[in-house]
Design a binder for this molecule. Structure first.
Ligand code: F6P
Length: 323
């Protein structure tokens, strides 16, 4: 039975981190376990930046984006020396268990840390890119997709009025999850993702056909990691194909990382938070919580990898019919 759990938010922030911290605090307090927060991710852990948490300190954070603990991408924690420093800092406290809310890199680090220093650690997946194995969905993804979709809807209004073409860049360094989902939900005319190589001739011939038929606006969604090089380069290339058109370019960037989490993200974050505390109380360690077809599952941290959007037959069919 853990006596003192600490929670860390690591890597890029996402909407829903605060909802998860809140759930962890509630669950721990409900079971009579002390709970603290580590500030500034793994860097803060190495420096011993620990703050006590209780249900009062998290009572109004469910709806807030960002993380009250702050976050960091720690290069030092990727090394054995950094993890040793973090273990030493932990020994000076009464903390006996950790919950790490992070993406694939932070969770892999958590797995190594647990194995090297015989620690009780449970991981929780968060990233707007949704590119972590072991779960259908990560905290933050749903909100980011909704934010991108709403941006597409707004751009659609002005693009329709002026019958213009727009290229909209969404986040996704190596992953097309946001582009695919926001593009479908926003009725895009083209979706370009890193997982596929775009057939330029077929894309431009579709756009030319629609443009000639004056089908109002044309919206093309591109993931930042797509081989086209992102919205600006794609826009420049399209300008050469459509020399008489004024083509709009919009990079949504970090707008997708902020804002109030959707209900789906708040609920997912709450489920993961409570499940992580329950797992520690049940003596489990070195696992990541996830959902598989709606059910809670746990996967060893050592098996967690970065994943890419799989263009299944159904996903491909939707693109063929709806774009
Ligand atoms: O965390 C994922 C992500 O938002 C990617 O989509 C994006 O490429 C990257 O983080 C941006 O990172 P930073 O905020 O450090 O520039």
């Amino acid at each position: 039975m853990p006596k003192h759990i600490a929670v860390i938010t690591s890597g890029g922030d996402v909407p829903g981190l605060n909802a998860c911290i809140r759930a962890i605090v509630h669950a721990a307090q409900h079971e009579g376990v002390a709970v603290s927060g580590v500030r500034h991710g793994y860097d803060g852990l190495m420096r011993g930046e620990i703050m006590p948490l209780n249900t009062d300190s998290v009572h109004d954070i469910m709806q807030r984006g960002g993380t009250i603990l702050h976050s960091a991408r720690s290069k030092r924690f990727e090394t054995a020396e950094g993890r040793e420093a973090a273990a030493k800092a932990l020994k000076k406290t009464t903390i006996d268990s950790l919950i790490v809310i992070g993406g694939d890199g932070s969770l892999t680090g958590a797995g190594l840390f647990a194995a090297e220093h015989a620690l009780s650690i449970i991981g929780i997946p968060k990233t707007i890119d949704n590119d972590v194995t072991g779960t259908d969905t990560c905290i933050g993804y749903d909100t980011a997709v909704n934010t991108a979709m709403q941006a597409l809807d707004r751009i659609r209004d002005t693009a329709d009025s002026h019958e213009r073409m727009f290229v909209i860049e969404v986040m996704g360094r190596d992953s097309g999850y946001i582009a695919y989902a926001a593009g479908l939900a926003g009725a895009a005319d083209g979706i370009l993702i890193p997982e596929t190589t775009t057939d330029w001739n077929s894309l431009t011939s579709v756009l030319k056909e629609r443009h000639a038929g004056r089908r109002g606006s044309l919206l093309i969604v591109v993931a930042e990691g797509d081989e086209s090089g992102g919205a600006q380069k794609l826009g420049d290339r399209l300008c050469r194909e459509f020399p008489d058109e004024k083509i709009g370019v919009c990079v949504l960037g970090h707008t997708q990382r902020g804002g109030a989490p959707t209900a789906a993200d708040r609920i997912l974050a709450s489920r993961f938070g409570v499940a992580a505390v329950d797992a520690l109380i049940a003596g489990k360690t070195n696992l990541m919580a996830g959902v598989d077809g709606g059910k809670l599952v746990f996967t060893p941290l050592s098996e967690i990898r970065r994943r890419h959007l799989e263009l299944t037959a159904e996903r491909q069919r939707l693109l063929t019919v709806l774009l």
